[in-house]
Design a protein around this ligand. Structure first.
Ligand code: SAH
Length: 470
């Protein structure tokens, strides 16, 4: 018996030591996540990839990663190592060295790579460099463009009865490599997916035909897949190169050859969405932009979040909640709701202090913020105008001589207060928060320019003003 207990105790000690060492190691040493960013659309990164970005101290990214993804890592240093118009990308050795250096300095590094890090992305080389340097790393697979691009073009890469294999081929050979890609084994059947092969397309299709693939096999070229600017050219092996040339297709593009490419005719879903192709910039605060951004994306728009405003709590507004003082609490934003609950909390109170005060919440997000505190909204006006709010409140009983409290922003319109006064109420307002211009806007304008938006959305005058000033 004693022997068993001793053995167990030793074992537990050992496990505990490992656990402690593990934690200590984690605390001092950095780590690299090789994260697949997906093919373009920022919604196509994995949940794990997003988590890695959120915890990163440094993000090292390429040209083919959507700029919006950096928004998942606002806390991190962002280092661009891709190709720019005016210069080459950082040589691979330097990228490897950078990753090792940043990790050794104790950082959690997210190495964000387009598509999947291990599919023609030189992620294997980076992993080897990290392994060689003894830097811990994890690989977070991504959706590779070779699958996403056909999917977004309405092409299933395998299909019962049409194709039983998929082959990924790079058209780009390492410098000095003399051998041609050996297509003989795959050429007669199945789906062929070519990466980096726009320039080689005439030669590629000619050799496919020379090797005996039916020249009438359907083919498609998908440029900038999953982005709003996605373009698809279809044809057959014999004419796809000419069609791509006529359409001035350029990299990045994926070439799909095989019977499956013919399915696009029936399955093209991406271009059919109502806002397809529209490039939209949202200028309001990051939090507000989220909801609209999701909706726009679903309708097919490409969205760049470009906040020009940030919201900060009103400095020392001197506000004190007095139970029983107000008949109505009128909340026009989530920030107003948060401000009230935070004030209560700071005063050592909780929701019970609201007592009989009724709550009017304007907008779905505001109502949600109230509901999250397990409070019911008495009036939830349809629409945002002051008339709607007054009507919804009046439906609960006469407003005559009632007292209303409106926590509001510095830039809020006064119309609501005026309408409530017209309805016979006594209105008190308190400044709940301030909207401030985001600093460093000028520096980010280059990015906006490169994005070439079709449409810029302003939801208030302050956002428009800050934007115009920058
Ligand atoms: N690791 C990446 C591939 C990097 S190689 C992945 O898994 O997708 C770069 C090539 O990928 C480009 O030349 C192009 O062929 C393809 N590619 C990447 N993004 C693309 C996109 N959005 N649309 C079409 N092709 C794309």
């Amino acid at each position: 018996m004693q022997e068993i207990i001793d053995r167990l105790a030793t074992r537990i000690d050992h496990n505990f030591d490992c656990f402690r060492m593990g934690l200590m190691h984690d605390a001092v040493a950095g780590k690299v996540f090789l994260v697949g960013a997906g093919p373009g659309d920022p919604g196509l990164i994995t949940v794990r990839g997003r988590e890695c970005l959120a915890q990163a101290g440094v993000v090292v990214y390429d040209a083919l990663t959507h700029p919006g993804l950096l928004g998942h890592a606002p806390q991190a240093e962002h280092i661009f190592v891709g190709k720019k118009a005016d210069r080459h990308s950082l040589p691979q050795e330097e990228i490897n060295a950078l990753l090792v250096h940043k990790a050794r300095a104790g950082n959690t590094v997210a190495r964000l790579k387009g598509g999947d890090p291990f599919v023609f992305g030189r992620g294997g080389e980076e992993a080897l460099a990290l392994a060689g340097a003894g830097v811990p790393f994890e690989v977070v697979p991504g959706v590779t463009s070779g699958i996403a691009a056909p999917a977004f073009a309405g092409i299933p890469v395998s299909h019962r009865g049409l194709s039983t294999s998929v082959t990924f081929v790079t058209g780009h050979l390492a410098p000095g490599a003399s051998t041609q890609v050996d297509l003989r084994r795959t050429v007669h059947e199945g789906t062929l997916v070519f990466y980096m092969s726009v320039k080689q397309l005439p030669a590629l299709t000619a050799s496919l035909i020379a090797m005996g693939r039916d020249a009438r096999t359907p083919a498609a070229v998908i440029e900038w897949a999953t982005y709003a600017r996605q373009r698809v050219v279809t044809g057959m092996i014999m004419d796809i190169a000419a069609a791509a040339k006529a359409a001035a297709i350029e990299a990045p593009a994926i070439v799909v050859v095989g019977e499956v490419a013919g399915l696009r005719e029936q399955l093209a879903w991406f271009e059919a969405r109502p806002l397809h192709g529209l490039r939209v910039v949202l200028t309001h605060t990051a939090r507000r932009a989220d909801r609209l951004e999701g909706r726009l994306r679903e309708l097919g728009a490409d969205v760049l979040s470009f906040p020009t405003l940030e919201i900060v709590p009103a400095p020392e507004n001197g506000f004190v909640w007095e139970t029983g003082r107000w008949d109505w609490l009128v909340l026009t934003s989530t920030n107003a709701a948060e401000m009230i609950f935070e004030t209560l909390d700071a005063a050592g109170l909780d929701a019970r202090a609201l007592g009989d005060t009724r709550i009017c919440a304007v907008g779905a997000a505001t109502a949600d913020a109230v509901a999250r505190r397990y409070l019911r909204v008495d009036a939830h006006p349809e629409g945002f105008g002051p008339e709607a709010a007054v009507a919804a409140m009046a439906a609960c009983g006469s407003l005559e001589d009632g007292r209303a409290l409106i926590p509001r922003a510095d830039i809020a319109r006064r119309a609501l207060a005026a309408s409530l006064r017209d309805a016979g109420m006594q209105v008190e307002e308190v400044q709940a928060y301030e909207t401030r211009p985001v600093s460093g806007l000028e520096a980010r304008l280059e990015k906006l320019d490169a994005y070439a938006p079709d449409l810029i959305v302003f939801t208030n005058s302050a956002a428009a003003r800050n934007f115009a000033q920058a």
